[in-house]
Design a protein around this ligand. Structure first.
Ligand code: NAD
Length: 485
């Protein structure tokens, strides 16, 4: 059936605490970027400091059961959840599309399945894990992973379902109970996930969902001294607040933050492939932390690159996120669209050249795919994450200058290198300061590889065993053994 506002019903709008759905009196509204003026899509419970305290109490109790289960028992529940996610693909995709504006087809075909994969991967990793044991002089040494306790998982509004599963799966696999606090601009797919955990058989209190405003219930959760891990994806500004709370309680904290990735095109690159990929950085209206938003192009390619870039950008269709023909969805919220436009207006006023786009679209939350040639590398649009469909274009004369430009912001999440030279790929790949570097490709990653950023793009690494180690207290067990050494 076609997805309409009339035939869609929201999931649970309360908090899941200790296996029960509860409300906290007050609510906040979530609206659809597809039809903002329609009014609230749902009224969602607005958690308070009491909600946060109740959730941590429930998570402490849940940890007693979940943390004591064997890895194989936990893996069985995680796999059941993965199966249920796949079974409910349409419901998840539709909620994400209406709530956040995500393209319905991408959700159905890729991102929901990726959410299920995240749980299966961590089920496999804990099932296959063996403690590392080695003999030393009269000693048997073993390194064990101990579950750490309740973990708070705080997620952003962009790609909310996929990002949440990616953070929740390792926390749960490690044996921690979780309290998930999704973003207030896109809270609904997290509610479906919480509903599915009940069907999957998570013990009461092992999986808790708290809805609400970051500065209210989010701040209360991260300040609770009973919490033993905090894992956050969002902006550097919020990370500073959470980091202070984590420091107060001496709690390990990971932060996946913003990016300002360079997309470097060398004179030996496959020009059309590079220009095509550059235009596709407008995907998801540029609301992608990993996006290569700074186009750094060899001076000799300047005109040819721009010609190909405009050609590909002209093909992108802005439209309704439910329409399979649409490439570019509306932005998540008018406040965010206006924030993005503010960057462009300030750029214009300070002498940067807006090469294409640069205006909000009338009658919708779309923003024109925008390219800016900055007056200087110090321009605000070069140095700050915009998180919208706004790219900058700069040229370099040699490899050393390209590397210096790539490394010239405070961020260090991702980089793209377009070259046909393997030697250059290795050389520049090593020299670029970023947690993730793609050469002649983008976004693909083996999920067991580490993921994270340098500089103000983050602290710590997610992915594979890296996330399991973060969520565990590592213990070294030393047993006197006269038979060794
Ligand atoms: P945000 O920092 O405003 O909010 C993220 C989450 O933190 C939300 O759930 C919010 O409610 C909560 N929060 C806000 N204040 C809080 C506080 N004081 N205490 C506890 N929680 C609080 O970020 P956003 O606008 O939702 O997301 C966009 C940002 O996320 C961008 O910077 C983007 O680059 C980044 N991001 C990074 C990655 C990555 O993997 N590196 C992935 C996606 C998004």
């Amino acid at each position: 059936m076609e997805l309409t506002f009339e035939n869609w019903r929201p999931p649970a709008t309360g908090h899941l605490i200790g296996g029960q759905w509860v409300d906290s009196g007050d609510t906040f509204e979530t609206r659809s970027p597809l039809d903002w003026d329609r009014g609230p899509l749902a009224l969602v419970s607005r958690g308070t400091s009491q909600t946060a305290a109740d959730a941590v109490t429930a998570a402490e109790a849940g940890f007693e059961t979940w943390g004591a289960m064997s890895p194989h028992e936990r893996a069985t529940v995680l796999r059941k959840l993965a199966d249920l996610i796949e079974k409910h693909t349409d419901a998840i995709a539709e909620a994400e599309c209406l709530d956040m504006g995500f393209l319905l087809q991408s959700m159905r075909e890729r991102l929901v399945a990726r959410g299920a994969t995240n749980f299966r991967l961590y089920a496999d990793l804990i099932d296959d894990h063996v403690d590392k044991t080695w003999p030393a002089k009269k000693m048997a040494n073993t390194v064990q992973r101990m579950p750490a306790g309740p973990a708070v998982v705080i997620t952003p509004w962009n790609a909310p379902f996929m990002l949440s599963t990616w953070k929740l799966a390792p926390a749960l696999a490690a044996g921690n109970s979780v309290i998930h606090k999704p973003a207030e601009w896109s809270p609904l797919s997290a509610a479906i996930l919480a509903e599915l955990t009940q069907e999957a058989g998570f013990p009461a209190g092992s999986y808790n969902l708290v809805q609400g405003i970051g500065e209210e219930v989010g701040a209360a959760l991260v300040a609770d001294p009973r919490v033993r891990r905090i894992t956050f994806t969002g902006s550097p500004e919020t990370a500073r607040h959470i980091g202070r709370a984590a420091a107060e309680n001496i709690v390990p904290f990971t932060a996946e933050l913003g990016g300002k990735g360079p997309l470097m095109v060398f004179d030996d690159a496959d020009l059309d492939a590079a220009a095509h990929r550059a235009a596709w950085q407008f995907d998801d209206s540029g609301q992608v932390c990993l996006a290569g938003t700074r186009l750094l192009v060899a001076e000799s390619l300047r005109d040819a690159f721009l010609e190909r870039f405009h050609h590909h950008a002209d093909q992108l269709i802005m439209g309704d996120s439910r329409d399979p023909q649409t490439d570019i969805a509306p932005m998540v919220h008018p406040e965010h669209r206006d924030r993005v436009h503010g960057f462009v207006e300030r750029a214009r006023a300070s002498g940067d050249h807006v090469v294409r786009g640069g205006q909000p679209m009338p009658g919708s939350l779309h923003y024109e795919p925008t390219l800016i040639e900055p007056a200087s590398n110090n321009s605000e649009v070069v140095q700050h994450e915009i998180f919208g469909p706004v790219l900058t274009f700069q040229t370099f004369t040699d490899e050393a200058e390209a590397i210096a430009m790539a490394n010239s912001t405070a961020y260090g999440l991702s980089a793209q290198i377009w070259t046909t030279s393997r030697q250059r790929a290795e050389r520049v790949g090593r020299a670029v300061r970023a947690g993730l570097v793609w050469v002649n490709t983008f976004l693909v990653r083996d999920l067991t590889a580490p993921f994270g950023g340098c500089g103000i793009s983050g602290i710590g690494r997610e992915g594979g065993d890296y996330a399991l180690d973060f969520h565990s207290d590592l213990k070294t067990l030393m047993i006197l053994d006269e038979t060794t050494g």
